[in-house]
Structures are given as structure tokens and as C-alpha cells.
Ligand binder design. Structure first.
Ligand code: HEC
Length: 347
């Protein structure tokens, strides 16, 4: 009867929490850009002639002592970023929500960049939980995700790592030190030599991230190939479910053998074509929303998949029921599109 009342209930605390999260991310971006601008404005008196090209040299970045997954000790500025194009993010291996998604996304970017990773582009994932994340634990994590060479997983003293996060603008006072490990969902990419740094989202398309690292951030430019606009593909606005799938799920899941990503690597999780026909709808909806709890409850299907997929747990991405339903809707449409014959048979 009271339609407005029913509509109001759709704004669940979860969607409000997501809204807050987005606002916080925006605020961090603003704060980070102000910190960088403020620093740029300050005259760098102590910089040597070679370092004066960039406002962020050895006098800005701490030379934090870090240990990599092979137990090698490295200095943050001198050994890891000086003169390099880098991707840096902060993770902890026991994280069950955002970190696996970031790792999976970067793994696709690494694959797209090929052997340039380790030559002129370097990946660093730094642990914010140094007590648990020993070099051995980081090594096992890197192996589980099958990351290639040129990507270091690092750990160091907690206070030093916190300081580093602040210098990189990847630390929000009140969020990052308030609720225990709920950390900032961002990564930073940059070229130390030119001083060009950008914050990026792990939800970013892997092709865009790879292009920023391989082209935009490099000092040289590749000639762009002019294409006839008549050949440009028609742009189809994605549905909400498709958008969510591309940004939250596609880093780990393909959709059918011809999946558009074309990166040519084995996905971290199972291919999801046909999954809406295979699983019970209630199971599927709950699994998308809280896989961590179902694994904790030892749900038999969940346990079998977990064993089959290298014991990498599917992350809880804090989606609400509407979001899960939109994704299921998209998976169903995509299955019917790719396997129309079976769609007809099951009707
Ligand atoms: C970090 C990687 C990762 C991300 C991101 C991810 N998944 Fe998964 N997913 C997995 C893994 C790994 C499994 C296999 C089960 C396990 O190991 O927990 C899985 C299993 C599944 C299954 C079960 C398949 C079956 O055969 O029943 C579904 C459905 C699924 N994921 C949907 C999604 C959706 C929808 C999203 C986005 C909202 C998503 N996943 C995001 C890694 C991921």
C-alpha cells in the first residue's frame, strides 16, 4: 500500500556503507593531491642537480628497509623506486575482501605487459600486517596467485610501513588506523624520474592500467596508429550487472571460452558460463554475497571448489542482495547468449 515506504527499505545499510566508502575514497584522492601539490610548491633546497627534475626524490621518500619474499633486504628509495616506473599497493595475505581482487587484477596487468615487468616496470605489494606476513608467507601467497617475476612482495617494520603509506598518500587517518585492517583500496603507479604519480583503482580495466604503465608514464611516446572512425565499434552501455561483473569479478573469472579480455591466462576462479543453470539460485546469491561465511561453515560445494582452485578463497566483496541479483541476471543473459541451444532445451 505504502509504496514509498517499501522503496525506502531498499536503501540498506550495506549500500549506505558502500556510499561512505566511495566518499572516503574521493576524500583520500583530494587529500593526496593536495599533499603532492603542497610539496611541489615548496622549493627543494637540498635536492642535487640530478634530483631536481622531480620534486619527489630521495629527500621526500623514506629509504625504508624492506624484506622481499625471498628474504632479500632492500631499501625503498634506492633499490625499489629510484629511476623506475612502478606499481605499489598495500595488502595483507589474510585479507578476505579487497586484496585478492587487487592481486588478481595486477596479475592480469603483469601478463599484458609481458617481460617488461622486471625490466622497466616493477610491481611491489607491501604488507601492512608484518607480524603475520613473514617472507615465507608472502612467498606462498605469490605462488598461489602464480605471479610472474618482477613483482616483489615486501614486508617491514609496522611503523615504517605506515609512514611509507602516508608519504604515498595511501593512508586515511581514521579509516586505516580505526577499524582494524580495513584499509584503503588504492594503488599508486608512477615514474620516480619524472615525478609523475597517479592513484589508480584496482577496479580499473587491466588494459588501461597496462597502457598507463607501458606508455603514459614512460618518457618516450609510441606513434599512435590512426584509425578510421567508421571502424570504431558501436558502444553499448553496459547493464548494472555487467558493470559490476567487469569491475568486481572479471579479474578472477572468465565468461566462456571467448571471453573478451583475451589475456590468455588461466583464471584464478572457475569460468562462470552456465553457472546459473548449474547452481541453486539461493546458493548462488548467498555465495556471491558471503563466500567467506559459507567456506567457514564448510558448505560442501564451496569446499570442493576451494580445494580445486588452489585454496584461494573467493573474496567477500560486500555486495548487497540487489547487486548480487544484477550480477546473476547478467550471468544468465550471457549464458543464454553463448549457449542458446541449451537455453531452448531447458525451457
Ligand atoms: C580474487 C579472485 C576472485 C574474485 C575477485 C571473485 N571470485 Fe568468484 N571465485 C573465486 C575462486 C577462487 C572460486 C572457487 C572457490 C574458492 O576457491 O573459494 C570462485 C568461485 C565462484 C563461484 C562458484 C562457481 C561454481 O562452479 O559454482 C561463483 C558463482 C563466483 N565465484 C562468482 C563470483 C562473482 C559474481 C564475483 C564478483 C562479484 C566473483 N566471483 C569475484 C575467485 C574470485
Amino acid at each position: 500500500m505504502n509504496r514509498e515506504g517499501a522503496d525506502m527499505k531498499m536503501h540498506t545499510p550495506r549500500s549506505r556503507a558502500l556510499g561512505m566508502h566511495l566518499i572516503l575514497m574521493l576524500v583520500t584522492c583530494l587529500l593526496a593531491s593536495r599533499v603532492l601539490v603542497a610539496h611541489e610548491a615548496a622549493p627543494s633546497v637540498s635536492a642535487s642537480p640530478t634530483e631536481s627534475a622531480t620534486p619527489w626524490g630521495g629527500d621526500y621518500f623514506p629509504n625504508t628497509l624492506l624484506t622481499d619474499q625471498d628474504g632479500r633486504q632492500l631499501r625503498f628509495f634506492d633499490d625499489l623506486i629510484k629511476g623506475k616506473v612502478v606499481v605499489i599497493n598495500f595488502i595483507f595475505t589474510s585479507c578476505s575482501d579487497s586484496c585478492p581482487l587487487e592481486t588478481a587484477r595486477l596479475r592480469q596487468v603483469q601478463k599484458l605487459l609481458g617481460d617488461r615487468v622486471g625490466q622497466d616496470i616493477f610491481f611491489y605489494s607491501i604488507s601492512i600486517d608484518p607480524l603475520s606476513d613473514t617472507p615465507d608467507v608472502l612467498k606462498a601467497y605469490a605462488q598461489r596467485f602464480k605471479v610472474g617475476p618482477g613483482w616483489k612482495f615486501l614486508t617491514g617494520e609496522f611503523a615504517d610501513v605506515t609512514d611509507l603509506r602516508k608519504k604515498l598518500g595511501l593512508f586515511i587517518e581514521g579509516v586505516d588506523n580505526g577499524r582494524s585492517k580495513d584499509h584503503n583500496l588504492s594503488l599508486i603507479i608512477g615514474n620516480q624520474t619524472t615525478g609523475r604519480w597517479m592513484k589508480s583503482s584496482p577496479f580499473e580495466n587491466p588494459w588501461i592500467l597496462a597502457d598507463q604503465l607501458a606508455n603514459t608514464l614512460q618518457n618516450w611516446k609510441q606513434p599512435s596508429v590512426e584509425e578510421n572512425y567508421a571502424n570504431a565499434p558501436e558502444i553499448r552501455p553496459p547493464s548494472n550487472g555487467e558493470e559490476l561483473f567487469r569491475t568486481r569479478c572479471a579479474s578472477c573469472h572468465s565468461l566462456g571460452p571467448m571471453d573478451g579480455q583475451g589475456i590468455g591466462m588461466r583464471s584464478i576462479g572457475p569460468d562462470l558460463i552456465g553457472v546459473t543453470r548449474l547452481r541453486d539460485p539461493a546458493w548462488l546469491s548467498r555465495w556471491i554475497r558471503e563466500p567467506d561465511r559459507m567456506l567457514a561453515e564448510k558448505d560442501p560445494i564451496a569446499m570442493e571448489l576451494f580445494e580445486r582452485f588452489d585454496k584461494i578463497p573467493m573474496p567477500n566483496l560486500r555486495l548487497d542482495e540487489n547487486a548480487a541479483q544484477s550480477i546473476v541476471g547478467f550471468l544468465q543473459e550471457e549464458t543464454d547468449r553463448q549457449q542458446p541451444l541449451q537455453a531452448a532445451q531447458t525451457q
